[in-house]
Write a protein that binds this ligand. Structure first.
Ligand code: UDP
Length: 251
């Protein structure tokens, strides 16, 4: 069978997307009562939840830093989130994803405001379809904002890949598994890259195109993250500010 036919039909991908199109995104903020900040995200068939605690006291205490807060990130993939049941608990992959995701976010958190404390980020993948690390970073970024953690800006994350010789945005599982390359990135709204990984092989030109495409994807995700936060906090703030305005008028 012609391989080209298997991933593209009339220029569109298996799920009907254009090569430069993201999967549909849905974000909910403040979904967990007992976390300081939380977020649920769907990016295509990925379903991921993030919970943020802190800044709070560091345990064990020897991890404390005198001049700044430390940031911890735990990425966990539920056993039922993947087709072939995943063995519960941490493994090499989850350590790697946790490390790079932590670094992607830590650079924008104003840790010097909270010496001797910790910001803990927990990311749980409930359903996976490739791109879970990027979905986790997007959710964690919104959850950090929801927790009121001071940051230089939100972090947005998505991947670009190569499938049947074409550079595509936000590969889904079939494209990720059988594609030629996968380039997940994370960046600030100003375009500063805080995560850059690559699986597979790309020429210099393909890499440049993949990076540009992923950056455009991140900008689109940033708009959704920003809108969701503005909606959430303007709806919470609105009744109070109305009351305040009414009271002022009456006085
Ligand atoms: N995956 C899986 N079992 C595993 C790890 C991964 O089925 O133990 C699938 C899952 O759908 C995941 C995809 O492979 O989203 C791609 O995994 P990768 O390591 O590239 O990370 P991701 O793209 O999710 O950040």
């Amino acid at each position: 069978m012609d391989e080209k036919l298997s991933f593209f039909k009339d220029g569109l991908r298996l799920d009907g997307r254009r090569p430069d199109e993201l999967r549909p995104i849905k974000i909910e903020v403040g979904v967990l009562e007992r976390a300081d900040g939380s977020c649920y995200i769907e990016m295509g068939d990925n379903k991921v939840i993030a919970a943020v605690y802190g800044p709070r006291e560091v345990h064990p205490r020897h991890l404390q830093e005198v001049t700044r807060a430390i940031v911890r990130y735990r990425y966990n993939m539920a056993s039922f989130s993947v087709e072939e049941r995943k063995r519960p608990g941490p493994d090499r992959r989850s350590y790697e994803v946790s490390k790079v995701s932590r670094e992607a976010l830590a650079s924008v958190i104003l840790t010097s405001y909270f010496p001797r404390s910790v910001v803990d980020i927990f990311v749980e993948v409930l359903q996976a379809d490739a791109g879970t690390r990027t979905a986790g970073i997007n959710a964690a970024s919104v959850a950090l904002a929801d927790a009121g953690i001071p940051m230089k800006g939100l972090i947005s994350s998505c991947a670009a890949g190569k499938v049947d010789g074409e550079i595509v945005l936000d590969p889904m599982k079939a494209e990720d598994n059988f594609g030629e390359a996968d380039v997940p990135i994370a960046m600030t709204p100003g375009g500063e890259i805080t995560l850059l990984q690559m699986d597979g092989r790309l020429s210099r030109d393909e890499f440049r195109r993949a990076l540009e495409l992923a950056k455009v994807g991140c900008q689109q995700i940033y708009e959704v993250q920003r809108r969701v936060l503005v909606d959430r906090y303007s709806s919470i703030a609105a009744p109070e500010s109305c009351e305040a305005a009414e009271a002022e008028e009456e006085a």
